[in-house]
Ligand binder design. Structure first.
Ligand SMILES: [Zn+2]
Length: 211
């Protein structure tokens, strides 16, 4: 396991307050046991709201014929994807078949960290699927922080629209997640860079990710 993930788990007690829920207030709190069930619920809810969000926003925002990624679901490490075996503790956007897939072990982190991670991971991979379709002149290289910005942008807009509800916490608590995911040299950037990218999108929507 990568060190920063261990740190994330250690930090879980700090972050349990960050809970997202969908709809009119049925809380889906990570603190509830029956954990895997709750992760699955969060996963499906996250895919639903992110898919709807981009189906509505992408054509207008980017002037493109938006093609949603194929959602290949939650798979186990080692399972085949069009981009090779699923790595441990990861989620993938695969450009070869324009698909997203999520490692079961990775999403299970929600049991200890909080369900916010499920929303963030789904929104992040979807961000890559968006970046694959916008004019390449708009896409940063590496695109990780831009994908994280788009995750914040989509989730921020969804929160503003009342589609998702951030409970018992706010942006600070979301941002705490990144303080423990510092991986120097990783294309995803340092914790601070990730937090700033997420926060820029969260506050201003996806347009902030193309400035
Ligand atoms: Zn990424």
């Amino acid at each position: 396991m990568r060190p920063f993930l261990t740190s994330l788990i250690t930090a879980a007690t700090v972050i349990t307050a960050a809970a997202f829920s969908v709809g009119d207030g049925t809380a889906i709190a990570a603190a509830d046991s029956g954990a895997s069930e709750s992760v699955a619920e969060d996963y499906h809810a996250a895919v639903d709201v992110i898919a709807d969000y981009w189906a509505q926003q992408a054509p207008e925002m980017f002037g493109i014929d938006y093609e949603p990624p194929t959602v290949r679901g939650v798979i186990d490490p080692g399972d085949a994807t069009a981009c090779g075996p699923m790595p441990e503790m990861n989620a993938i956007y695969c450009p070869r078949d324009h698909s997203v897939q999520f490692g079961s072990d990775y999403l299970e982190l929600a049991d200890s960290i909080g369900d916010v991670i499920v929303y963030d991971v789904v929104a992040h991979e979807w961000g890559h699927a968006i970046l694959a379709q916008v004019p390449s002149s708009l896409v940063e290289d590496p695109q990780e922080l831009q994908a994280e910005c788009l995750a914040g942008g989509a989730l921020g807009d969804l929160a503003r629209d009342g589609v998702i509800v951030v409970e018992d916490g706010d942006l600070e608590e979301v941002v705490k997640l990144f303080r423990y995911s510092d991986a120097p040299g990783d294309a995803h950037g340092t914790a601070e860079q990730q937090a700033l990218a997420f926060a820029a999108g969260w506050r201003q929507g996806p347009a902030a990710c193309f400035e």
